[in-house]
Design a protein around this ligand. Sequence first.
Ligand code: ZN
Length: 203
Amino acid sequence: MFLEPQLNPNRQTGWVEVVCGSMFSGKTEELIRRVNRALIARQKVLIFKPAMDNRYDDIKVVSHNRNEIHSMPVEFSHQILALAHDCEVVAIDEAQFFDENLPKICNLLANKGIRVILSGLDMDFEGKPFGCMPQLLAIAEFVTKVHAICVVCGGVASYSFRLSASKKQVLLGETDVYEPRCRHCFTKGKQIEAGLENEIPFE
Ligand code: ZN
């Protein structure tokens, strides 16, 4: 479990931390846990999410098991920089949906002494790195990868398998659209989809 680092009390030091994983891996849950601990420590926390992610609620970050916390929906990452003055912690949910400037914005915030906590999908439904998540993982001081359970075999899942035939990278939804799968069951599912069930695994 992630514990906040002990810091030099004489210096306000910022950093970037990323919680990543597949759908249903508990990413948002972990983000909310960290935010709550910062609030208990009486730190000023601001929470942002992309304006497009309105599955549950317009102004709250809500995890799949309905934990919730108030957040500000923003359209572009540069708005976070403008809004995040005078705070100690910035939390950003669904980071994979933000524009390519987000890593730069996170560095600017951290360089100002702010703790930046991000949560996001590391891979899309095709198993490809999602948006600016690779860059965020690279610049972060702390990375936590959380895992779901494969609904097919009960193994450890790090992939989000899409049940619908849509090929759009962004298709919001829950258990009706996605299921967590392990590497084996994910690739098997892709092969069946492609009609290549008896071929050797691809990619
Ligand atoms: Zn499996």
